[in-house]
Design a protein around this ligand. Structure first.
Ligand code: PMP
Length: 367
């Protein structure tokens, strides 16, 4: 075997400092760490997709504008096709937004603790981050929001609703109040939107003042049970869609993903049924957590944030792992000291998690 040297080419300074954003992908029986759906999409969808793949012109580039997919999404939201942009997961949608509107000398505002990728993508695109903080209960304080936005003049303001990893959705009045105070685009990341009681999409179509600056981002990774596909989209003013199209690489969205998303929309009722089941399970998990020695926060999503009261969170995480249950360790994230996050799984998985947690909190293994 030839032993090669390392290239030794210095990394960009700002990247060298970055730890990345990774949840360990360990082999476990109960995987409740990345907020995926525990339930697969319908068999009928899979069959339709297979039939479509069989007729696909694999030697040709895909439709660069993803027209059929965007038209189907536009129809499902009652908006025009020119108001929809699609990309490889909502992370790529966010990246396109910041490539188009961020960059050196420009700022993006966000309110911690929130979805780590907002900051990560801002930094990757050399967009300065203006950081505000949520209250001790992880709510937005509109006075703090107003102060931050006035002081920093961000080109993009991020909200995450429901907020990952804390769980609560913002009330439409709160989103409206932030929109009033945001000088640039207000990007509402609704990755878990269908679990929540309200959406910024309704606010947008209500014609609220500033609606043309409101951008709503969604994904197929969670409620649509299609994390393997990498498909996300935004609904926004056509000018924003054009800007994102300029920032995306040519033919970035492959033909299989386009077909998968378009066909999935035929199974909206099945998606809603999965969401209903998981919402019910979320209630069961929340009630059970209330009876254990943990603090937990109300959730409008498919996960719950909790903090062991008398145990070290990392030790609890390890004790769960030793029982083949994987949750997300947020305990070292700023503002989330001592916290863990559990994704709502199937009834059986949730039962396994609760039993393992009860044992871990009993401290039988030194936790
Ligand atoms: N936004 C939020 C709030 C998320 O939690 C996630 C997934 N963890 C994403 C966006 C990215 O999802 P995807 O790229 O799979 O669409």
């Amino acid at each position: 075997m030839t032993v090669r040297g390392r290239p030794g080419v210095p990394l960009r300074d700002d990247l060298a400092l970055r730890a990345g954003y990774h949840s360990p992908q360990v082999d476990v029986e109960v995987r409740l760490n990345t907020n995926e759906s525990p339930l697969p999409p319908p068999d009928a969808w899979r069959r339709e997709l297979e039939a479509e793949i069989a007729t696909l012109d694999f030697h040709r580039y895909p439709d660069r504008q993803a027209t059929a997919l965007r038209a189907a999404l536009a129809e499902s939201h009652g908006v025009g096709v020119e108001e929809v942009f699609c990309a490889n997961g909502s992370n790529e949608v966010l990246q396109c937004l910041l490539l188009a509107y961020g960059g050196p000398g420009r700022r993006a505002a966000l309110f911690e603790p929130t979805y780590a990728l907002h900051r990560h993508i801002a930094e990757l695109t050399s967009t300065e981050v203006a950081e505000g903080w949520r209250t001790a209960d992880f709510e937005l304080d509109l006075a703090e929001v107003g102060r931050l936005l006035e002081d920093s003049g961000p080109v993009v303001t991020f909200l995450c609703s429901p907020n990952n990893p804390t769980g609560r959705a913002e009330a439409p009045e709160v989103v409206g109040a932030v929109l009033e105070r945001a000088p640039g685009l207000l990007v509402v990341d609704e990755a878990y939107g269908q679990f929540a009681p309200a959406s910024a999409l309704e606010l947008r179509s209500s014609g609220v003042t500033g609606a043309e600056r409101l951008v709503v981002v969604r994904t197929f990774s969670k409620t649509w049970s299609m994390a393997a596909c990498r498909l996300g989209y935004l609904v926004a003013d056509p000018e924003v869609v054009e800007a994102c199209t300029l920032a995306a690489l040519p033919y970035h969205l492959d033909a299989v993903t386009q077909a998968a998303g378009r066909l999935a929309l035929r199974y909206e009722a099945e998606m809603r049924a999965r969401v209903a089941l998981l919402t019910e399970e979320r209630g069961r998990l929340a009630a059970a957590l209330a009876g254990l020695a943990v603090q937990s926060w109300p959730s409008d999503a498919n996960f719950i944030l909790f903090r062991p009261l008398a145990h070290d969170a990392r030790r609890v995480w390890e004790a769960l792992l030793s029982r083949s249950v994987l949750v997300r360790d947020c305990s070292t994230w700023p503002g989330l000291e001592g916290c863990l996050r559990v994704t709502v799984g199937t009834p059986e998985e949730n039962g396994r998690f609760l039993a393992a947690l009860a044992e871990a909190l009993d401290g039988k293994d030194g936790t």
